[in-house]
Structure formats: C-alpha cells, structure tokens
Design a protein around this ligand. Structure first.
Ligand SMILES: [Zn+2]
Length: 269
C-alpha cells in the first residue's frame, strides 16, 4: 500500500552507511519508515531525513516497516539546527513526542498541530523556549492521563483559586495541594514543595492554550523554575517519559544561558 501523509521527523537512527530509520509524527500518530540513502549528505532523501523536517511523505507500507518513497519538504527548520539552545530544546521535544504520542492511528487529535506549533514557536522566538516546552509537556501529561485538574487540590478537591493562599506541589500525589491539606497532613507538609501563589492558574492556562496562539508570555524566574521542576517530576514519575532527555536538556541549557529574569509575572494567551 502506498499512502501520503503530512509528517514531522522526530527521530533519526542511522542504518548502515547509507540509510536512516525515521520516526515520523503524522496527524494520526507515530510511524517508522526507512529512508533509503537518507544518511548520505547528497542522497535524494537526505533533507527528508533530518530531525524537525516537516513535509509531505509518500510511504510504501508492506509487511513490517514502511519505506519512504518520496518526500516534499516544506520546512527544513534550519534555525533549530543552527542555534545551540534551540537545537537542544528541539531535540528534547522531538524525543518527548516520539515517546508520548501513540502509534498511528491512535494519536490525540491535537498532537500533530500542537507539536508543529511548538517547533514554529521555537523558531519564531515570540515566547521563551522553556515556556513553550512547558506548554507542550502539560499537554503530554493530559494525553497520558497524568495531568490533574491544576485548579483543584489533589487531596481534598478544594478550588485553589478561591483560597487565596499559596498551594504546594505534592510529588507523591502528583498535583497541587491546598494550604489546609498541607497544614493538616504532616507527611504532605514535609514532602511537598513550596510554589508561587499563581501557579495553579498558570498551569491551567498553559495546559489549555493553543501553542500557536501563545504570545507575550511573561513569567517570573521563580514561576518558570517551579513549572520546570513540577513537570519534569510529573512526566518522569507518573508517565515514565522524558527523564533522561529532560536532564540532558536542563544541564545543557544551564551551561549555555543565564537564568531567566526576575521581572514580570503575566500570562496572556
Ligand atoms: Zn486540600
């Protein structure tokens, strides 16, 4: 069977001297396919066999792994290869998508569009890279069923918007807890983490946001640090994805950049 699909390359594994095995994210899910000659710099499929390349792929599907017959690449996404920080984020996000999105045809309906939007956002620089990554991680948590209602205490269900007091993150329950639960439950108080007061709203808005429409996201350094720590833990402990790749990203970004600024604290979506 020959079929045609829009796709983004989320993993490339060299196969021998000439070929490459591609993991493609399509609108209906993940598919793997052999790109013959894809590993040769001047090969016909070389531009179709680069991480983050996006375009129309014509695939032959026999028994076993598919074959890329033809590809018309619409976006090479060179900016994501040339800038070392962007390249690190792109590599992490591709790895996360390749592990978190199910095989075709079981992808969540928004997965392809939101992943394309996160790569577009990295290229465009309108929104800080870490905030884009957090927005995508929040969607992954929801798709994998490990995203709680971030507006409610995971222990008692109380609305966190109404209490006005700072919630805490409970790493064992995998969600935010209200100040009352934190004060009543000794074990929760001891193990939970302090987080900025507005984090419940920020997590909820970023989870629901269409990444393509995110703009003017201005969050404090403390907020960005808390989001980063919570989502790394949430994905690693409850979904079993992202742990090592996220650590590699964090170490690389820390060695290349200054910490985010302390000003601001606004989220417009
Ligand atoms: Zn509570």
């Amino acid at each position: 069977m020959i079929w045609t699909t829009e796709a983004v390359v989320v993993r490339v594994v060299r196969y021998g001297e000439r070929d490459a095995i591609l993991t493609l994210l399509t609108e209906t899910g993940i598919v793997t396919a052999m790109a013959r000659g894809g590993a040769r710099p001047a090969g016909r499929l070389s531009s179709a066999a680069r991480l983050c390349a996006q375009g129309t792929y014509v695939l032959y599907q026999g028994r076993g792994m598919g074959d890329v017959r033809q590809a018309e690449i619409a976006r090479q996404r060179r900016a994501l290869h040339e800038d070392v920080v962007k390249a690190a984020y792109a590599a992490y996000l591709c790895d996360l998508a390749s592990r978190a999105v199910p095989e075709r045809p079981d992808a969540p309906p928004a997965a392809y569009r939101q992943f394309v939007a996160v790569l577009d956002g990295l290229e465009a620089d309108r929104v800080p890279a870490d905030v884009l990554a957090r927005a995508f991680e929040l969607k992954v948590c929801a798709w994998l069923g490990v995203g709680p209602d971030w507006r409610a205490c995971v222990r008692c269900g109380a609305s966190l918007a109404e209490t006005g007091e700072a919630p805490r993150y409970d790493p064992r329950e995998g969600g935010l807890i209200c100040a009352r639960c934190a004060s009543l439950i000794t074990s929760a108080a001891a193990s939970s983490w302090p987080v900025p007061r507005k984090i419940s709203t920020v997590l909820h808005l970023l989870e629901r946001a269409d990444i393509a429409k995110l703009h003017r996201v201005d969050l404090s350094g403390a907020m960005r640090d808390a989001l980063s720590r919570i989502l790394a833990h949430q994905l690693r402990e409850f979904a079993g994805v992202g742990g090592r790749a996220r650590q590699v990203l964090d170490d690389m970004v820390a060695s290349l950049t200054d910490p985010p600024g302390e000003d601001g604290g606004r989220l417009d979506t």
